[in-house]
Write a protein that binds this ligand. Sequence first.
Ligand code: NAD
Ligand code: UDP
Length: 324
Amino acid sequence: MSRIKRILVTGGAGFLGSHLCERLVDEEHDVICLDNFFTSQKTNVQHLLARPNFELIRHDITQPIFLEVDEVYNMACPAAPGHYQYNPIKTMKTSVLGAIHVLGLAKRCRARVLQASTSEVYGDPEVHPQPEDYRGSVNPIGPRACYDEGKRAAETLFADYHRQNQVDVRVVRIFNTYGPRMHPYDGRVVSNFIRQALNGEDITIFGEGSQTRSFCYRDDLVEGIIRMMNNPSGFMGPINLGNPIEFSIRELAELVIEISGAKSQLVKKPLPVDDPKRRRPDIALAKEKLDWEPQVALREGLTETIRWFRSIRMEDYRAPTPHY
Ligand code: NAD
Ligand code: UDP
């Protein structure tokens, strides 16, 4: 049986962070959830507030914080394109200053610290599928750069704190992940399509819908993150975590319509600037190092997610960006 640890989850009230907190609280760890609620709601962690091993701190990770912990999961960062482009300078500060602050904390406490990096470090990739040693094709001055370059700089800081100060770091590169507790107005493709389908609205396909993504269900992802944090080999990554089965955006729309039984029509909208054309993780390293691969098929995960979207009052969700 594993020992009880003091664990900080930054961005712990967000979509992925709240599931991670839930899992760690259930494992009886002493969990501190830190969040500024920029893109999340307190309702995501409300059910944990009564648990004696859960604590919630409203804090912005662009400011230093002093806590004593054994592990840090650094999840704080807006993740949806509409959210991270809303205040791009803040997004860059969150990635870079946030990384410096959690790394400084980990150095002082001798804690292990995991960075939630992203497939966006590969930009609009010329190599397919993407292995970890592919260095990416990122436009450093485009509208996605605040996120992509911010996350790349954070990876640099993680590598340098390890080399220079021997901080025990782990880096996971997360590919598109979906599931219950996604913000219904975050503008990401899965949440948009489900919200539109359930409200009987047109489903907005950007471009021709031939661009691809590979969608990982949140339970698979959380399992991968935890395995990486606990991996006894000391392997620090970066490691890809995502589902290797690729779908076009049009296929995703058709599946959402079929599962939800919606009558929505597909309508085309302009493709956003620098939108990656293809994305699929090479997960050979995750299989080898973590014995991990996704278990939940897209149809199954979408069915769960649609069920959750039906159970919430979407109008209760406050979006940091205008609803569209
Ligand atoms: P999310 O927006 O639901 O969660 C991010 C959380 O961070 C929110 O609770 C938000 O309020 C908080 N936050 C933002 N800025 C902050 C700041 N300055 N200080 C404190 N808290 C702050 O998004 P998510 O999908 O749960 O993503 C979580 C992490 O995983 C992010 O770092 C994201 O970049 C990474 N990631 C997610 C995906 C995905 O598909 N979901 C893919 C790649 C990487
Ligand atoms: N997309 C779409 N319609 C929408 C929202 C997104 O066609 O209503 C497309 C978007 O252009 C991209 C893909 O879906 O090609 C995934 O977008 P998302 O914002 O979820 O994340 P990304 O992987 O681009 O960061």
